[in-house]
Design a binder for this molecule. Structure first.
Ligand SMILES: [Zn+2]
Length: 41
């Protein structure tokens, strides 16, 4: 499972599972919040 920013299509690829990121995590490219990320297969 990977998570992709729906605004800029940045693909999260960190060591920490996306679900465990803090609620104030922001997309490093466009600054969108976690709610703008969508899980993809
Ligand atoms: Zn983004």
């Amino acid at each position: 499972m990977k998570y992709v920013c729906q605004i800029c299509e940045y693909e999260y690829d960190g060591d920490v599972p996306f679900e465990e990121l803090p609620e104030d995590y922001e997309c490093p490219v466009c600054g969108a919040g976690k709610d703008q990320f969508e899980a993809q297969e």
